[in-house]
Design a protein around this ligand. Structure first.
Ligand SMILES: Cc1ncc(C[n+]2csc(CCOP(=O)(O)OP(=O)(O)O)c2C)c(N)n1
Ligand SMILES: [Mg+2]
Length: 365
């Protein structure tokens, strides 16, 4: 079989227990950098747990958890430069938090409020809102990267997606144009093994997703998506390549979706508890924690202090979110089109009439 001859690099520095498999990159000598990565990952996980609790009690809409994928977004958020542009998907909580998107903005977003994507932080303002339509952001990223290239700017567009998204035409078209025009773009694939209920093995016939880049004429590689050290190392390389005109990279980050697809899903219907339990042994937060503890960089007191700090931040964010006055219902139409297709303009008017009738009805009660 010809495809079996394609051998792509796979990078991992820490084993699932957090033990180094060999020499580590020099930057890991700086304990503070490792601790910062850990803090970002735990903050993401605590946010995630809280949002699920809010959804279960009817205080927020459907939510897509990033449980198990915290290391990928953490590496992204740590390495992107201020003027790079992030084009995230719906499991990018970690990277968005590090770009300065506030927890209350995120809560607004998942509460169905458009203002949640109107990021206040200067750093995040140039980023795109997270993308739910699968893989469309990959093409947007190529558009952004084309602008950087045409203007001669040393900036990078980084976009993320899942394993299932790599089967979409949009994704493959994006790879094609990225390779043809040698764009300063990095594609980070979160291969969490599942696209809702479709397992990776029946989603695509290629042995790796990374090799899709080869067909487009640029580098693709695999990295352990639960090993933040490996992620930082390989992502830094990919960003440097893109920034210095050496072309795009596709990083396939091997991880596992430890959660349901979203809060509207029940994954026990299509995958075994055994598989999920096995995946918990590989997860990224505990892996880095074990490593830090073994190095004397982290202990239980620091852990408790960080948890307490995050709980306060979360509580304040929830208060801000819940205190926000409800948005005008018609806002949902506002940011979709600059000029309206007639069919949608009609729907918008009908919607406005309905709202007006309902409001009048309420006035008469
Ligand atoms: C264009 C489009 N088609 C279908 C959907 C419904 N949908 C939402 S998530 C999803 C699966 C995506 O799987 P994957 O790319 O692996 O990302 P993951 O959710 O696993 O992180 C699908 C089909 C959608 N959001 N957009
Ligand atoms: Mg997936």
């Amino acid at each position: 079989m010809p495809h079996s001859r394609i051998e792509l690099p796979f990078t991992r520095y820490l084993d699932p227990e957090g033990r180094p498999l060999g020499p580590l990159p020099d930057w890991t000598e700086e304990g503070a950098r490792l601790v910062a990565l850990y803090r970002a990952m735990l903050r993401t996980r605590l946010f995630d747990q809280k949002v699920i609790a809010l959804q279960r009690t009817g205080r927020i809409g459907t939510y897509a958890s990033s449980l198990g994928q915290e290391a990928i977004g953490t590496a992204i958020g740590t390495l992107l430069r201020d003027d790079d542009v992030l084009l995230p998907y719906y499991r990018d909580t970690a990277s968005q938090l590090l770009r300065g998107v506030s927890m209350s903005e995120m809560l607004l977003y998942w509460g169905g409020d458009e203002r949640g994507s109107d990021f206040a932080a200067p750093l995040a303002r140039g980023d795109f809102p997270l993308c739910v339509p699968i893989a469309t952001q990959a093409l947007h990223a190529c558009g952004v990267a084309s602008a950087f290239k045409i203007r001669g700017e040393h900036r990078v567009a980084l976009t993320t997606c899942g394993d299932g998204a790599t089967s979409k035409g949009d994704f493959l078209e994006a790879l094609n144009v990225a390779g043809a025009w040698q764009l300063p773009v990095v594609f980070v694939v979160n291969n969490n093994q599942w696209a809702i209920s479709v397992p990776r093995r029946i989603q695509c016939g290629a042995p790796t997703l990374a090799q899709k880049a080869l067909g487009a004429g640029f580098a693709g590689e695999q990295v352990d998506g639960n090993d933040v050290i490996a992620l930082v190392e390989r992502l830094r390389h990919a960003l440097e390549q893109a920034r210095h005109g050496k072309g795009p990279t596709l990083l396939e980050c091997i991880t596992y979706r430890l959660c349901d697809h979203t809060t509207a899903d029940d994954a026990t219907r299509y995958r075994s508890a055994e598989e999920v339990n096995q995946a918990w042994h590989e997860e990224p937060v505990k892996r880095l924690q074990n490593f830090l503890v073994a190095r004397g960089l982290w202990d239980e007191t620091q852990e408790q202090a960080l948890v307490a700090e995050c709980q306060v931040e979360l509580q304040q964010a929830i208060e801000r979110y819940e205190a926000a006055p409800a948005q005008d219902a018609q806002e949902v139409f506002r940011h979709v089109y600059a000029s309206w297709p007639p069919a949608l303009a009609e729907q918008r008017e009908q919607f406005a009439e309905r709202i007006a009738r309902r409001t009048q009805g309420a006035d008469h009660e």
